[in-house]
Write a protein that binds this ligand. Structure first.
Ligand code: PHE
Length: 327
């Protein structure tokens, strides 16, 4: 039996024939098991010797079987062409808005600004009252607000974060940027979304002036937009800054038909100004000792001229053809 088993094993080179061999010789109903089952019918004095031989043969065949199996498997692997190109896994990427926020935070970080994240759901008090916009004040109409109930609303701007950071750090001097998602009750168009991102900036300390704001903002804009764009600071009005400005940047368009700047050549990208004394006081600072500047920057508004995007709805429309261009 041993000889026959070894002979047959020698000519086997695939897993299926090896399995047949195992069934023939080694399995529970195989030839070897058959021999072992007949041992009890042998004369008593022969049983120990035959039993011993049978067990030894079983161990030998079992071992040969195992090493043959691993030989077959190893040679099967060596036939795989490992130089074939693989199938690349799908990888996600950061949304262009997120990438831009990281870039802005990095630039301001180099100027000593830290990051603070405000709330997407705010109270009426933080979103308006503490920012010097009392109930019934007509300036509330500047922000078309989505209310949750009479006290809670979706933040219409990142400015409420100003009060949160001020109250946390007063009376220390501070420099913060506050990225955040904001909502407006707005008819959506190519220029307006009801949800978008802002980056708020806030610096408070001794001797801060409008010139500090201008210098800081120009340095930032040069890094984000490159050296070839011009900035323009226009006098404006916000209840929480005095004086207030709006900041425009030259549009990348060729003029007339441009949807971004309506052909004017200028794009409004931020509002800002000197923090109003009432707001400083609401944040816990003494306006006779310190002053501060603040600005609020539209993130998508700033991405659009950089890449020539002419419809803000593309940002959150989830069209992969748009999104993949930035990953
Ligand atoms: N919060 C203002 C807006 O959303 C922008 C702004 C921020 C203006 C800070 C002045 C100071 O329009």
């Amino acid at each position: 039996l041993r000889e026959q088993a070894l002979n047959e094993l020698g000519s086997i080179s695939d897993e299926r024939s090896l399995e047949n061999w195992r069934v023939t010789f080694l399995a529970r109903r195989g030839r070897l098991a058959d021999i072992i089952s007949r041992i009890p019918s042998l004369p008593v004095e022969e049983r120990p010797a035959i039993g011993k031989m049978a067990n030894a043969l079983k161990a030998e065949l079992q071992q040969l079987y195992e090493s043959k199996l691993s030989d077959i498997r190893r040679s099967a692997i060596s036939q795989v062409d490992v130089t074939l190109p693989g199938i690349p896994p799908m990888v996600g990427g950061l949304h262009i808005t997120r990438q831009t926020i990281y870039e802005m935070v990095r630039i301001f970080g180099e100027m000593g600004f830290s990051v603070y994240e405000g709330n997407e759901v705010e109270t009426d008090e933080y979103n308006f009252s503490l920012l010097n916009i009392p109930q019934e004040h007509p300036a509330r109409d500047m922000w078309d607000t989505i209310y949750i109930d009479d006290k809670l609303l979706l933040a219409t701007h990142t400015s409420p974060g100003q009060i949160h950071v001020m109250r946390k750090y007063c009376p220390q001097p501070i420099r913060f940027v506050l990225p955040g998602k904001v909502h407006r009750y707005e008819a959506v168009s190519a220029r307006r979304e009801s949800m978008f991102y802002q980056l708020e900036g806030l610096a408070i300390g001794e001797g801060i002036t409008l010139a500090t704001l201008k210098g800081t903002f120009e340095n930032f804009a040069r890094q984000l937009f490159g050296p070839n764009r011009k900035l323009r600071f226009r006098g404006s009005y916000f209840p929480f800054t005095e004086p207030s400005v709006e900041i425009d940047i030259t549009c990348s368009c060729l003029g007339k038909g441009c949807i971004l700047c309506k052909g004017s050549g200028w794009l409004e990208i931020a509002g800002g100004g000197m923090v109003h004394p009432v707001v400083l006081r609401n944040g816990g600072y003494d306006p006779s000792k310190v002053s501060g500047f603040a600005f609020g920057f539209g993130v998508e508004r700033s991405v659009m001229p950089r890449f020539g995007i002419d419809d803000i709805r593309l940002f959150y429309g989830n069209d992969l053809r748009f999104l993949r261009q930035f990953s």
